[in-house]
Design a binder for this molecule. Structure first.
Ligand code: GLN
Length: 477
């Protein structure tokens, strides 16, 4: 039996029955990693020794019939911008290539408390800046279905590792689409929870008002299980929300009869690949068939979301990344005095895209330009949010494409930043508004996976999971 193709629940059942052990599962995972990793490059660091120990501990708990959770013994990958005590955390950057954090992110503590087995740290665009995982100082990750294509980004390693079953599930981070888009390009499920639903403590900050950690899994049920275990208030993150966490698996399989799904008229206009539009229509029909009510809505300010996002995200990044000066964090290139040490460290430590963003961000925050760019972008952010607020008066969730273009080739866009930025048009609004979004695999274009996304009201991840489950399973209402 190929255990790697099973869901978390199925694996947990086999563990409980004693038909499979966490150590055996980890072995299968490791074999898979040895088989595919050289080609796909989904991991920056693997920690197989500590994983083996964790699997042995988990096995003992199952022998005593006392697993900690359904995640006990499940091999997981963690994006390399989420800090792990004693395990190198690079953020895909040369500047942090030897950085070993002294503490765990809250989500990592939570995974460990649930008995999950951390197998390694997944590849990503440097500091999560990118949409293709090409901006990694550790080489690009390849699309699991084609070595010539990108896996999406910035959580490309997390998505590819799940698609190839190098791990059963993984964590990514989403600032402007970095969970949902790579999930779609790799044919897996990815969720960006509501801002504040999951603690960001220990997530290396890119743009603090947009960043959110979320699950990447091979199916909607696993996504719900993982979210159950990482969500919740954390006193260490003042922006985390003190709102009870429901059991997200409870809604799965519930009929979606009568649920109102909005389809934004602006999202199917010019510039979107016709095959993506066809999937969008098919997804709409599939939801209608299982009883959803499709309602046309308007989100007119989405057309400004890329512009607003790239001002706000770069502004925040320029401030967040000021800490990498060679004094407290990461590698240092010694100069003749303090200033030249800063200069040398930063100019050799950061990659091209990160430098571009620091410069853009410093520019839009500088005096005289602050009002023209940053303030204006913040006002546009409010307008985008107001569009969504008013749509959610009439609909329970919104169906939208993930990307206006199919999965592209390695090297195709990376030299033209604007063309890379523009493909974030459908994913950035959720981050600007702080609302949850889930990407569900839907269709293939020339053999490469694509997905559609569902967006929801703040803290209504359960509705999204319920609808996503119906979309995935074709559950009749
Ligand atoms: N592609 C977007 C960017 O480059 C989003 C990245 C992300 O979500 N981390 O900023």
């Amino acid at each position: 039996m190929d255990y790697l193709n099973l869901s978390v629940k199925e694996l947990n059942r086999l563990f409980l029955k004693g038909e499979l052990s966490p150590v055996e599962l980890l072995k299968a995972t490791m074999e898979r990693i040895h088989m595919v990793e050289r080609d796909v490059n989904a991991f920056i660091t693997t920690c197989l020794e500590s994983a083996e120990k964790a699997a042995e501990e988990s096995e003992k708990r199952y022998m005593k019939k006392a697993p900690l959770s359904p995640l006990d013994g499940i091999p997981v990958g963690v994006k390399d911008n989420i800090v792990t005590k004693g395990i190198r955390t690079t953020c895909g950057s040369r500047i942090l290539k030897d950085y070993i954090p002294p503490y765990n992110a809250t989500v990592v503590e939570k995974l460990l408390a649930a008995g999950a087995v951390i197998v390694g740290k997944t590849n990503m665009d440097e500091f999560a800046m990118g949409s293709s995982t090409e901006n990694s100082a550790f080489g690009p990750t390849k699309n699991p279905y084609s070595e010539a294509h990108v896996p999406g980004g910035s959580s490309g390693g997390s998505a590819a590792a799940v698609a190839l079953r190098e791990v059963i599930c993984s964590l990514g981070s989403d600032t402007g689409g970095s969970i949902r888009q790579p999930a779609a390009f790799c044919g897996v499920v990815g969720m960006k929870p509501t801002y504040g639903r999951v603690s960001r403590f220990g997530l290396v900050a890119f743009a603090s008002s947009l960043d959110q950690i979320g699950p990447i899994t091979s199916n909607v049920e696993d996504c719900a299980i993982l979210l159950n275990h990482i969500a919740g208030y954390d006193p260490m993150d003042s922006t985390s929300a003190d709102i009870p966490v429901p059991d997200y698996t409870m809604v799965l399989g519930r009929p979606i009869e009568g649920i109102r799904i909005g389809v934004p008229q602006e999202y199917t206009q010019e510039g979107v690949d016709h095959r993506i539009l066809e999937f969008f229509e098919e997804a709409k029909e599939a939801l209608r068939e299982v009883g959803a009510k499709i309602v046309q809505i308007s989100l007119p300010h989405t057309r400004y979301s890329v512009a607003a996002y790239y001002i706000i995200a770069t502004a925040e990044a320029s401030s967040n990344l000021a800490r990498y000066d060679g004094v407290k964090y990461g590698s240092r290139r010694e100069g003749s005095d303090l200033l030249s040490t800063y200069e040398l460290t930063r100019s050799t430590g950061f990659g091209k895209e990160v430098k571009r963003r620091i410069m853009l961000g410093s520019y839009v925050l500088s005096s005289g330009y602050y009002e023209a760019y940053y303030m204006k972008a913040m006002k546009v952010r409010t307008l985008i949010k107001m569009d969504f607020d008013s749509a959610f008066q009439y609909v329970d969730a919104i169906l939208a494409p993930i990307s206006p273009v199919p999965t592209f080739k390695i090297g195709e866009r990376v030299k033209d930043p604007l063309s890379m930025y523009l493909i974030d048009i459908f994913t950035t609004p959720a981050n600007l508004c702080g609302i949850p979004g889930i990407s569900v695999p839907f269709g293939k274009i020339e053999g490469l996976p694509m997905g559609v996304q569902l967006l929801g009201r703040p803290f209504e991840e359960d509705t999204l999971l319920q609808v996503a489950y119906a979309l995935q399973k074709g559950v009749k209402g």
